[in-house]
Design a protein around this ligand. Structure first.
Ligand SMILES: Nc1ncnc2c1ncn2[C@@H]1O[C@H](COP(=O)(O)OP(=O)(O)O)[C@@H](O)[C@H]1O
Ligand SMILES: [Mg+2]
Length: 314
């Protein structure tokens, strides 16, 4: 069953079209990532899905509910961690969580139990009584995540939850999200950090200039650029006979898969471990001294670069 279906979603702010016809769906239990640079349209897309504002056109369905017609009905199934932190600074972590719990109609012992559980999950049980204003950015972010999961939503939607926080909180958040997903919660996670979506998400949509320019599993996305790893041999330039080297390599690999630079020789191949020995031997045979060996697998950064000609973070 699809937890979420988005069809031809568009949003204009005046003349500016921020989202230009986005289609995707997320299955129950899946973790889906939206990866794209700043300004790509991730938050605008998320804010329409969570019912914060309506799209200019298009359809959004959560389970069997039309979100545009019945935003309130869909909202009880979803937890939202918005990009901007929204907490009462002069209240404690516990008080903030209780406030949000009441918003979801929790009360009495059910509310207390839920707050205790959430404090454990976000790792702030010890600091529950402290005012939020004494917390680091990462701890505040964790309280925000806690507020989103008090009512045990089926779908958790997080918009760049690790931006601007310390590495320790970042790791804690990534592990928490991974665990919640492992326990069956469906996750939608936006980021401009490819490592995060690679780690967390089963399927990934790449967003740029308001459009979904590619989507699939990590290996499907890598396949779009041929899934070629790069073997890099660093060489001692003075010892090398570049012509002889080129000649012995072209007898093994096709020319388009070889790159020779001053201090590096590279070969692109789908299964680098199969050719590593041959590659090294043939370089060594030409009299070239090898100083180091590196294998670089294709990642989402290379996919984005291939699709757009730009880096994810410029
Ligand atoms: N309320 C708004 N009014 C006008 N332009 C907006 C508004 N919100 C977002 N935008 C513009 O829409 C584009 C997409 O923004 P956003 O969805 O926030 O991107 P992302 O979350 O991927 O960084 C950007 O060019 C941004 O400046
Ligand atoms: Mg954003």
């Amino acid at each position: 069953m699809n937890m979420l279906t988005v069809q031809d979603l568009r949003k204009s702010f005046g003349n500016m079209e921020a989202v230009k016809g986005v289609n995707f769906s997320v299955e129950k239990g899946e973790s889906y990532g939206l990866l794209g640079p700043n300004g790509a349209g991730k938050s605008t897309t998320i804010n329409m899905i969570t019912g914060l504002f309506p799209p200019t056109s298009g359809e959004i369905q959560i389970k069997d509910i039309n979100v545009i017609k019945n935003p309130k009905q869909a909202q009880k199934w979803i937890g939202v961690v918005p990009q901007e932190i929204a907490l009462y600074q002069s209240m404690s972590a516990r008080e903030n969580l209780k406030f949000w719990g009441r918003m979801y109609d929790l009360s009495g012992s059910e509310l207390e139990k839920s707050v205790d559980q959430v404090l454990e999950i976000i790792g702030l049980t010890e600091r529950a009584k402290d005012k939020v204003e004494t917390f680091s950015g990462g701890m505040k972010r964790r309280v925000n995540i806690g507020a989103a999961i008090l009512h045990k939503p089926e779908l958790l939607i997080m918009d760049e939850p690790t931006v601007g926080i310390d590495p320790q909180s970042r790791n804690h958040i990534l592990e928490t999200v991974k665990r919640l997903n492992g326990e069956g919660m469906t996750i939608i996670y936006t980021s401009h950090y490819m490592e995060e979506v690679e780690y967390l998400c089963e399927r990934i949509g790449i967003v740029d200039h308001g459009q979904l320019i590619a989507s699939g599993t990590l290996s499907e996305l890598r396949e779009t650029i041929g899934d070629h790893s790069k073997i890099i041999l660093s060489i001692d330039k003075d010892s090398s006979n570049l012509d002889g080297l080129a000649q012995s390599l072209t007898s093994l690999f096709s020319e388009k898969d070889i790159q020779i630079q001053d201090h590096q020789v590279m070969v692109f191949h789908k299964e680098p471990q199969l050719i590593l020995t041959d590659f090294i031997q043939s370089v060594a045979k030409s009299g070239t001294k090898i100083t180091s060996v590196d294998i670089v697998e294709p990642n989402l950064e290379s996919v984005f670069l291939h699709l757009t000609g730009r880096k994810l973070r410029d």
